[in-house]
Write a protein that binds this ligand. Sequence first.
Ligand code: PMP
Length: 320
Amino acid sequence: VRYAEGKGWYDARVEARGPIAIDPASAVLHYAQEIFEGLKAYHAADGSITMFRPDANAARFRRSAERMAMAQLPEELFLGSLDALVRLDRQWIPTDEGGSLYLRPFMYASEVFLGVKPSSEYLYVVIASPVGAYFKGGVKPVALWVSQEYTRAAPGGTGAAKCGGNYAASLSAQAEASEHGCDQVVFLDGVERRYVDELGGMNVFFVYDDGTLVTPALTGTILPGITRDSVITLARDQGLTVVERPYSFDEWKADAASGRLREAFACGTAAVITPIGRVAWPDGEFTMTGGEVTERLRGELVDIQRGRVADRHGWVHRVS
Ligand code: PMP
């Protein structure tokens, strides 16, 4: 679907996947005015095709567009485009446990000009691809690298938006994590470099021995994960206390050492909920183990997503 100021949204179409011709002076290539979302479609236990909370992706896409000074795609178009593509591609949805059809809606500035101002033309596209289970042969703990050098987002920046530029800025940190044998980078806040913001592509939770869960508060520098939001709701349903507050790396180290901090886990669309194992930084490392709370939350969330238990929060969207 295309957008032009004064004309609105037009030219909605379905095409076989292939290259998009792009003018060398397209605004997105120079100023990175681009946003995206990621979600999955599944075969549910009752045979229907479902998506998990696409309305939450639509809401985040709207907020990202607002932050990036882009045109607003009507929510019916966002949701309608996903439904239509999933219906068309339904034979590509894997039927194995853990498999899904990954959906990637995105929108970029297509106006042809060189100059730093919001574009007046946009292209909105959705691509789909079958993906296998994230973990083959059981959930594996993730190893984390706490970057001392790089930051992902600063106050007033674009950290809360799902825009391509945030990920470009995180690549060096992710490469640094890989060099140290870690799966994901931990980003500390961009001001004091003390507080845990999030991981390269996941949010993070800390589980205490008194049944309290702590997760970094959404201060504007963290991506408001849809899995994070779902975990908070499910944890409270299970009688756990969830506290959203600043959480420093010093507190993490001290409480892991004293044993008060029992488990920590990462969460996001790709891997759902994953225990955190090794935590390394230039001056040291420690190892955590997963546990019951992480497993129970993961089990319940996956069961809801796959339609195996009652959807009491109305999170499962059926593709008609
Ligand atoms: N933080 C970042 C930086 C991410 O890229 C993602 C993945 N979208 C998340 C958190 C988790 O968000 P969600 O649960 O919506 O996938």
